[in-house]
Design a protein around this ligand. Sequence first.
Ligand SMILES: NC(=O)c1ccc[n+]([C@@H]2O[C@H](COP(=O)([O-])OP(=O)(O)OC[C@H]3O[C@@H](n4cnc5c(N)ncnc54)[C@H](OP(=O)(O)O)[C@@H]3O)[C@@H](O)[C@H]2O)c1
Length: 281
Amino acid sequence: MTLTDTYTLNNGVKIPQVGFGTWQSKDGDEAYNAVKVALEAGYRHIDTAAVYGNEVSVGQAIADSGIPRDELFITTKLWGVGTTEDAAKALDDSLQKLGLDYVDLYLIHWPNPKAFRPDFESRNAAVWKAMEAALEAGKTRAIGVSNFHRHHLDKLLKTAKVVPAVNQIMVNPSDQQREIVSYNVKHNILTEAYSPLGTGRIFEIEELKALAEKYNKTVAQVVLRWSLHKGYLPLPKSVTPERIIENTQLFDFKLSVEDIAFIDGLHGKAGLASNPDEVDF
Ligand SMILES: NC(=O)c1ccc[n+]([C@@H]2O[C@H](COP(=O)([O-])OP(=O)(O)OC[C@H]3O[C@@H](n4cnc5c(N)ncnc54)[C@H](OP(=O)(O)O)[C@@H]3O)[C@@H](O)[C@H]2O)c1
C-alpha cells in the first residue's frame, strides 16, 4: 500500500486514499508552503474549501509543483449559498482562485447553514442541481457532500439524479460516527475522514501513546493507519514539514485486529463533532 493507492468512487473515478488537509492553513506563505511540502512528500490529493480562504495559495503551490494535472486530485467545497445560480457561480469563483479548469471533487460543505434553517431540504436540492450541472459540464469529476447526517441525505436523495460520491465527515477514534458511516456504506458513498487527528485533540488520549510505542510509530501514524484499516479516507492537516512527512509514513506496519478493536473502544475520549443542525453558522 502507498499514499497514492486509490479508492474507486461510485462513478468510477479513482481517488488517492490519503488526502492533505488545509483548513486553518493561512492564505499566503503558510498554505503555499504546506501544500508545496505535501506534494514533494508524495501527496497527490489536496483538500481545500472556499471558506478556508486559501484557494489562491493552494492553487499557486499546485501550479508551481509542475506535477501533471491528471496526477493530482483536488477537492474544494461550496459554502453558504442557497440557489442553483449562486452555487454555479461559487464553483466558477473557486476554479478561478485555484487556477484550474476543473476540480476532481466538489462538495456541499454544510448541510444546514443557519441562514437557510429550517428549510435545508429545498436549499440542498437547489444547490445539488448546480453540482449535477457542473459534473455534466466537466467542471468537476465527482460531486459529494460533507457533514451530512442520515436525514440530510435521505432528503437529498429524494430529488438527486446523481448519488453523492463522498460524504466528508469528522471521523477519528474519539468520534466514530457509526450511524453515518453505515449509511454511507449502504449507499456506496465513500467516507472521507476529516479531522482524523481530532484537530490535534487525539494526542490527549493516553491509551494511544502506549499503543504507538508498541508499534514504534507515532500516535498520528497509528490513528491514520486505523482510519485506513476502517476503509475511510483520512485527510490529515499540518503546516509543519516534519509532521507532513511523518503523516505519509503509514505503510511499514499493520495494526492487529485486537488493536483496531481497542481503538474502536476509544469513542468519546477526546470530544465529539458538533451537530450541523445547531451550529451558529
Ligand atoms: N468538511 C469539513 O467541514 C471539514 C472540517 C474540518 C476539517 N476538514 C478537512 O480535514 C482536514 C484535517 O482536519 P483538521 O484540520 O481539523 O485537523 P487534523 O488533521 O485532525 O489535525 C491537525 C492538527 O494536528 C497537528 N498535527 C498534524 N500532524 C501531526 C503530527 N504528526 N504530530 C503532532 N501534531 C500533528 C496539526 O498541527 P500543525 O499544522 O501545527 O503541524 C494541527 O494542529 C482539514 O484541514 C480540512 O481539509 C473538513
